[in-house]
Design a protein around this ligand. Structure first.
Ligand SMILES: Nc1ncnc2c1ncn2[C@@H]1O[C@H](COP(=O)(O)OP(=O)(O)O)[C@@H](O)[C@H]1O
Ligand SMILES: [Mg+2]
Length: 275
């Protein structure tokens, strides 16, 4: 099973959880003058790293996450997950090991299905298609346990269709679903950007909690400066399809918004103001 492969191939502490080498991608069928969306990206994440990615619009952040998730084929480069080359593995076969939450709360959940049906789907992600999970009492209890810490009351609404939830509730559910299969890697693409500040805070807190509880490795794109400063142990800045800055450890901890502006002359208003 996919999830076992990823866990089983991580030998010792030296194998990066994620190793990206020379990723290149140009959209538009190689038309003359087309600017690459990824222009030679190298990035390694150690197990347990939480890397925050910032960069102006069009920098290639979403394309990077899409590449890792296997949304499309790369023009060049390799992707290894826990030492296993997954460059040519179809996206749906990465689904149990690499999960994601998008900006749009409507994407991560199936509107017509109930909360518990969505969770059951997420639970068997990456498992053989035939495996059906009986929604028995034990399973429902475990779903309630996962939902309760969100403090949104979703644990009492297991049979409510997701269409009836607010955007914030759906996004919180998307997050719980994304970690249900115990993925090796969690990808977050501005997953709080479309939410009101209070709900964004709830979803961000839930994110930090599940990442810590499960010891997940995560890559999070954000436009929010405060989030970028406060979150994670790595900060990666992209521009024009390249990584311009990659800081970690004490340097990351000591970083202030003023440092970012001053040292790296980031000229993106939305990014500076946060959102
Ligand atoms: N599916 C796509 N088809 C065509 N062009 C795309 C596609 N996805 C991204 N691009 C282009 O690739 C570049 C990088 O986009 P993206 O990765 O979405 O940037 P970011 O997430 O940093 O804002 C942009 O020029 C964008 O228009
Ligand atoms: Mg994007």
């Amino acid at each position: 099973m996919a999830a076992e492969v990823s866990a089983g191939t991580a030998k010792g502490g030296d194998t990066p959880l994620l190793a990206l080498r020379g990723l290149r991608k140009t959209f538009g069928g190689g038309l003359p003058g087309a600017r690459p969306a990824l222009d030679g990206v190298d990035l390694s994440l150690a197990p347990g790293d939480f890397a925050v990615i910032i960069g102006s619009n069009g920098a290639g952040k979403s394309t990077l996450l899409n590449s890792i998730a296997g949304t499309f084929a790369l023009d060049a480069g390799t992707i290894a997950l826990s030492g296993r080359d997954i460059t040519r593995l179809a996206g749906h076969r990465r689904a149990g090991m690499i999960t994601r939450v998008f900006q749009d709360p409507m994407i991560g959940t199936a509107a017509a299905m109930t909360i518990e049906e969505n969770l059951a789907l997420a639970e068997r992600r990456g498992q053989p298609r035939r495996l059906r999970l009986a929604l028995d009492r034990r399973r429902r209890d475990s779903y309630r346990d996962r939902l309760r810490p969100l403090a949104l009351g979703l644990e009492d609404r297991l049979t409510t269709p997701v269409a009836l939830l607010s955007g914030g509730q759906r996004q919180a559910l998307s997050l719980i679903m994304a970690v249900m299969s115990r993925p090796a890697l969690l990808l977050l693409d501005e997953h709080t950007a479309a939410l009101d500040p209070r709900t964004a805070e709830i979803v961000m807190e839930a994110t930090l909690r599940v990442v810590a509880e499960q010891g997940l490795t995560a890559l999070m794109v954000t436009h929010n400066m405060r989030q970028a400063i406060e979150t994670g142990n790595r900060l990666v800045m992209m521009d024009a399809g390249r990584i311009r800055l990659d800081i970690a450890g004490p340097e990351k901890s000591a970083l202030t918004a003023a440092d970012l502006v001053e040292k790296f002359r980031i000229d993106n208003d939305r990014m500076l103001l946060g959102s």
